[in-house]
Design a protein around this ligand. Sequence first.
Ligand SMILES: [Zn+2]
Length: 329
Amino acid sequence: MITTGSRIFASFNEKDGQGLLASLCSDLLSEQKAIWPKLREGYLAQETARMREIFCPGFTLKVQWNPQRIVSSAASVDPTSIQARPCFLCRENLPDVQQAILYREEYIVLCNPAPIFRQHYTVAHIQHRQQSIEPALPAFLTLMQDFSPRFMVFYNGPRSGASAPDHLHFQAAPADAMPVEGDIHADGKRRLLKRTEGVDLFKAVGLGRAILVLQGAERECVAAVLLKIIAAMRTIFQTPDEPMLNLLGSYRENRWHIMMFPRRRHRPSVYDLNGDAQILISPGSVDMGGLFITPVEKDFQAVDAALVQNIFQDVSVDEEMVERIVDAL
Ligand SMILES: [Zn+2]
């Protein structure tokens, strides 16, 4: 339980508070911009960041050149480096000026000081604990509901793009922020695979990367199917750890809509090349959602349809693996 009064801008505990959380966040952002120069600079950089649209066969991909993201794109996320740095999501390490919304007594909502979107929030657990989706699924689903309809919520696995793999957190972005949201609803872009426990399970077709889509109206059922998918992946990949994945989700028309990106590696092979050949793109949910973030201008210019395809193929599981996961349910 948080007892410090000064850092808490507001508390959110509503039983049915749709719309309220989003407006509290907007208020927090305005207040924080007024008193926190680094945040103001971060938003100025985001607002003036250059964007390109890449024409990929069958889907949309955007690239954002955002130099301030170098910290996260080039972050060392191996256990030794993580242990050696102070955790930037623990309350005692936050800048004095930073304030938070206390969310359901368990999480704090923070303004991300290096935003990718016109509003970008980080939702961190109040305790320093491992990034791990299974125990946090109920909170993840409730967050989508509370943030609806204006925001979506996303999760990066500890080995799939989370820059704080040691501190449980989610992020929230405007609902229209990621191109995949539009693509997945276009004709012929998804195929129904299974209807189980009141949840429809689809896979994306022709979007260049593996995506499983879950839709359902009952929280417990959506959570149960997600847990089964994760368990199936753990068996198939023969790992005791959380399988590599990203999740993007929202709640609308009384249903959860969740996209899962099952992954086979974190950084693509072009990330490991030397000198000018290196492309500093380190995909998390946002990149898998069709918005590549690159801090380096040369890389921003270099992205084309072939490179996009190459990166998606490198980091996503293949078609056969998707079928094995679904068969195992
Ligand atoms: Zn921490």
